[in-house]
Unconditional design. Structure first.
Length: 502
């Protein structure tokens, strides 16, 4: 065997194939042709290896399933201006690559076009007609800030249906936004969502759910359920229900039984409840809502407390003559979210006005998980509540800790409950422009109404591992070692060489 191998080494390929008469340039040309041909034949095969943490560059199984089930062509048009700020050019390339990834996975059901409204009047009119807005970007040019308006949005067309993503400046949420838009376009009827505990008010000036209804009605058929009108049960065709504790109404046993029957039958529900009722005049009383005992049966306990935090909203206090802005610890901000769900796409933080904490317990047949957490600089009041912003007592160091502000529980038969312990969470007066309360609820209802078709779609993010904090003395050691180590090694090597020569 060894002899045969040695003989193979002696074979002269030039003589064997009579290549001696062929010019060297022809050999190079032939090799290049073979390389290009092989590359062309293998180009339809999507071969890639994703070694990033959490598979950040791989489509989620839920997204792949939605794309594989497409029955007709979806046109995705990426409207992006040629005068885009330089810092966004890499993002443009990433979005384009991402859309092509969708195209490949769809098995020919998605067509992608990248259009520039600045270069084509027809494209500009199309962007305006479909609703893609111009976005203002600021950038530093020649030692001054300049503001430019550019297009950077996506339109989806499915038959006579259209949908848009106005801006795609956040790549982390793009997979969820695209998948949910495609899922919505390809479903014939809007899913029905039941609303319990609030009236359907048609005057925008008096409607506390105005923004909530405006956003949710774009994707859902909202139905207000009034148990006072001889309604004895909840229609099982509702994809989900939203239940409000308004600090006044106590749900009757019949109403609670109707909600329980709906959930135990595989229904899904979102609860906005209070552990403590806070009146507009800042008076406080313990909650008398029987929803608390109801939820405890499913393993989610709403505590009779109010949570405060140093991460809080600025609130306007006073009256018509005297007013002042101050951070109000009872209106806290939360930005620590569970990474096991997709509800927080497009959401950087949530605002909770007068919120209680949650405690989860195990219940047979139900799987419970915590979703939202406060920062560690948070504390609670459990009695003798002091809500006046000028009289709130300072917490002790040992009282500071993190609290749970949202939780979810699922049953094996498909029933699902999500609890937010603040009844004002989506009410008009308490929405903050810097928080994503409505986006969070929209994502939750999207997931519930899709029967889990959108669950598991992660935010596309690459984990960043910063260098640990180390003492200044160690920093100096590393710094000077890097400076002198290589020259020292070269000097030692030179001395050794010189010594040997002598």
């Amino acid at each position: 065997m060894l002899t045969r191998f040695r003989n193979i080494k002696k074979i002269n390929l030039v003589r064997l194939f009579n290549l001696s008469k062929i010019e060297r340039q022809m050999i190079y040309l032939l090799a290049l042709t073979i390389f290009l041909g092989v590359n062309f034949l293998l180009s339809p095969l999507a071969l890639r290896l994703d070694l990033s943490f959490g598979k950040a560059y791989t489509l989620s199984p839920a997204t792949k399933k939605i794309l594989h089930n497409l029955d007709d062509i979806i046109n995705i048009k990426f409207f992006v201006s040629s005068d885009l700020p330089t810092r966004l050019t890499p993002l443009k390339n990433d979005v384009t690559d991402f859309l092509n990834e969708f195209k490949k996975e769809s098995r020919g059901k998605i067509e992608v076009k990248v259009l520039d409204p600045r270069k084509d009047e027809k494209t500009l009119n199309e962007a305006r007609e479909i609703g893609i807005p111009e976005i203002q970007f600021s950038q530093l040019e020649k030692d001054r800030y300049a503001v430019t308006a550019s297009y950077f949005g996506i339109a989806l067309v499915y038959g006579d249906k259209k949908g848009i993503i106005p801006q795609v400046t956040e790549l982390e949420s793009l997979e969820y936004n695209l998948a949910s838009s495609i899922y919505k376009l390809t479903n014939e009827k809007l899913p029905q969502i039941g609303i319990i505990g609030r009236e359907n008010i048609f005057d925008p000036r008096e409607d506390e759910l105005f923004s909530f209804k405006k956003i949710m009605s774009q994707q859902f058929d909202l139905q207000f359920i009034n148990f006072d009108e001889n309604v004895k049960e909840i229609n099982p065709s509702y994809k989900a229900i939203v239940v409000f504790d308004n600090g006044i109404k106590e749900y009757t046993q019949e109403e609670a039984a109707a909600i329980r029957k709906y959930i135990d039958g595989g229904g899904k529900a979102v609860f906005f409840v209070d552990g403590v009722w806070v009146k507009d005049n800042l008076s406080v009383e313990s909650s008398r809502s029987n929803l608390l005992s109801f939820l405890a049966e499913y393993g989610i306990n709403v505590k009779n407390n109010l949570i405060l935090s140093t991460a809080s909203e600025m609130v306007n206090f006073g009256n018509e003559t005297v007013s002042f802005f101050a951070p109000y610890p009872f209106w806290l901000r939360a930005s620590r979210f569970s990474d096991q769900v997709s509800y927080f796409s497009n959401t950087k933080q949530l605002t909770y006005p007068w919120v209680s904490s949650l405690e989860v317990t195990k219940k047979n047949g139900w799987e419970t998980k915590e979703l939202v957490f406060t920062g560690k600089n948070s504390w609670q009041q459990t009695e003798n509540f002091v809500l006046n912003p000028q009289e709130i007592p300072e917490p002790k160091t040992e009282e500071l800790k993190s609290f749970t502000l949202a939780a979810q529980t699922k049953s094996k038969n498909g029933g699902e409950i999500i609890v937010v312990p603040s009844s004002r969470f989506v009410l008009e007066r308490y929405l903050s422009q810097s928080s994503g309360n409505l986006e969070f609820v929209l994502n939750v209802l999207n997931d519930l109404a899709s029967d889990g078709a959108l669950s598991g779609i992660r935010q596309r993010a690459i984990a960043i591992y910063p260098l640990p904090d180390i003492p200044e003395t160690q920093k100096d050691i590393f710094r000077y070692t890097n400076i002198f180590l290589l020259p020292s090694l070269l000097a030692v090597y030179g001395v050794i060489r010189v010594t040997r020569r002598k």
